[in-house]
Ligand binder design. Sequence first.
Ligand code: F6R
Length: 600
Amino acid sequence: MCGIVGYIGTSDAKEILLKGLEKLEYRGYDSAGIAVRNGEDVRVYKEKGRIAELRKVVDASFESSTGIGHTRWATHGVPNHDNSHPHQSETGRFTLVHNGVIENYEQLKKEYLSDVTFKSETDTEIIVQLVEYFSKQGLETEAAFVKVLELLHGSYALGLLDAQNPDVIYVAKNKSPLLVGLGEDFNVIASDAMAMLQVTDTYVELHDGEIVIVTKDDVEIKDIKGNVIERAPYKAEIDASDIEKGTYAHYMLKEIHEQPGVMRNIIQKYQDEAGNLLIDPAIVKAVRESDRIYIVACGTSYNAGLVGKEFLEKWAGVPTEVHVASEFVYNMPLLSQKPLFIYISQSGETADSRAVLVETNRLGHTSLTITNVPGSTLSREADHTLILHAGPEIAVASTKAYTAQIAVLSILAQVVAKDAGIETGVDLLPELAKVTAAITSIVDDAETMEQIAKDFLSTTRNAFFIGRGMDYYVGVEGSLKLKEISYIQAEGFAGGELKHGTIALIEEGTPVIALATQENVNLSIRGNVKEVVARGANPCIISMEGLEAEGDTYVVPHVHEMLAPLVSVVTTQLIAYYAALHRGCDVDKPRNLAKSVTVE
Ligand code: F6R
């Protein structure tokens, strides 16, 4: 979703900003822009579409060592030149980039700015026009900025330039992510450290409600009352090679192939020196003290939660519910006496999940965030955090984070079970080692998955995934992956549920991908396959060694049934990847989607 960069220093700001925006492309966007300044001369360049288009309109000869940049994912107003950021005030004195959504912008416009001619349909423009409004009333820029922040309802990360104060970038944040990066003779701002790793690996977190005065030599963080806040910087532990595609055609393919390495990393990080599984005892205590776990997440992370619920109930013995964050926040179920909330989020920034966390914090409930991003908002605001150790996930379609989430949840459930003296009959470490080997054999066999994608999905309009138990959850995730990158309408169904209505959609040749890795439902799912075949479906059966039958399309290596999702999902990821590739889709940047969904 929208991304912000800013630079103030001595080098060529244009190139640093454009490179920074390119690093933020993965978040999803539909237009981009930069504003650069030479003294009081501020130039704004913006363009609908990719950064490559923006590059074409930037005047390379304009010298500047200060600027701000933005990638926009449209919320208020269509993606076009006028709605792209940066936005300027009526006189052009102030220039602003903004992530987030201002909920009361129409009201503020009516109240203060009825005489101003707006150039865009965005909620953002109101902010920059208001800064000018208050500065015309005699307030210094910083005071005008603070005054505006006090009026705003909603989420924002902001970078503001004032042509009359050329040595400052004014920064503020509320609910939207923003970091300040530190350098020698320069400082930067960025929605995410990856954007500015090109110039610095040293960052300072910003908290909601803070404003920051960034100059080339100094960064001053203040609360809204003007009190100065001291905060130690940290080193972003991201290897620059982690955020490059290397020899892979797409980030998604790279990340699918990284999954065996991610499994090994998780096994290592969650193990003590004696080779025992290890989870922070405070987290184990929190799980054991709870009488019910509420997993809250969105999209793929929600799908991982469905699998995690099985571990927490079947191994750790704690009743667990899984909820879609955007629903939960407006329609909270009757909670148990001692609930524990588990937030699963790759990015740790998803606004829908954060809205629930804010509410459960207000109610005083214990929370645990499982995320790939240390220091992310959901991590900071929860009582406890478990890190995924999957390395940066750049492709919009989440793959390695899903398997990492499931692996971490399996370890959590096993450690809790052991602590509670529950005998699960599972020796998880060797089982995860088997999973790692199984995933390796599947990614090594990517050509077969490419052939399956060609055979079943090259021309179809729609497809169904069916499964029972754990396989149902994988089917839901497999269908999400397929639809988001290939635009094939795909749905995941419980095998037994299709005949209660949806089977009406099965026509001659409709692909039905059936997952068959669970022994107790193997015969039933195969029965469901027969039902759809009798109605003309083209079945693609993905089974597991030991449960295979003649004619199965692909057989994954045998692993513990509870861990089968970690393995079978990889086949669906690769099939989705190749289906999208052969249909000419932009795999890493699917239409309409954003990586980090920071608006509700
Ligand atoms: C799908 C996908 C999304 C995310 C969802 C939650 O491939 O990536 O469905 O899973 O937007 O994002 P996080 O996990 O960052 O909270």
